[in-house]
Design a protein around this ligand. Sequence first.
Ligand SMILES: C[S@@+](CC[C@H](N)C(=O)[O-])C[C@H]1O[C@@H](n2cnc3c(N)ncnc32)[C@H](O)[C@@H]1O
Length: 257
Amino acid sequence: MIPKLARLSRSAPKDRPLAWDKYWAGITATGAGGEVLWDSGRDHEFLGYRDVLLRHLDHDLPVVDAGCGHGSFTRALAGIFREVVGVDVSAHAVSRARAELETADGPAGRVRFEVRDMTAPDAALGLADERGANVFIRGVLHVLSPADQAALVENLRVLAGSRGTVFLAETNFQGNPVDYVSHLGATTKGIPGPLERAIRELPMPGHFGPAERSAVLPEETWELLEDGAVAIETNPMTDVAEQSLVPGYYAVLRPRP
Ligand SMILES: C[S@@+](CC[C@H](N)C(=O)[O-])C[C@H]1O[C@@H](n2cnc3c(N)ncnc32)[C@H](O)[C@@H]1O
């Protein structure tokens, strides 16, 4: 398995934003049975976050879905918040999110999408009002380098301002890349399509749990309101339901003044 993984992952562009945009350019189907590895096509995971979001996020503020991909969580957020902005480094992801919004049921008037590299200086400009914005971020920190994580966190601080709160949910799988892809259904006989595409086209992901959170969002500057374990629901690619659940971590944080 190791040589095959190494061969596949060699073809991913080294430039991360470019890799993401090429990936999204090639996606033709989302949801369960579609091509996107981290898209379960269900709202079950989001519903597990709902009470936490309602408990901690100020309802008068907009919510920014940072690294929104094709916007399924952005649309779900618009079911409970009045203004939601999905932002992503990939223009193709944003086009897809806009197209899916047009055909989805629900509060389309509350959602918009923009192309932004959330690690770039000034990426937060125009996304928050004078009191700040809430931020929802799922499955993004674990795909960034530590330097990019730090740059993104600087933007989270600006976005949150004096009243905003950050909710993050990330995969926190402990094990090597072979353990990880095996968990998701890869065997010596074959690799499920959405997983193979991600290995071939995207930077190798890391993991993000309490240790990574306290390194990049330390207690001295960020108040930790709540955290814990969560199951990140992925596209079901085998008959074994547990294989589509990746151990994850969620946290709710607010910048200290
Ligand atoms: C694993 S996907 C998660 C997408 C979405 N949050 C979800 O859970 O369905 C990671 C997303 O982060 C985006 N991304 C990666 N680097 C980014 C950056 N620097 N700024 C904004 N988005 C970024 C990618 O284009 C991709 O859509």
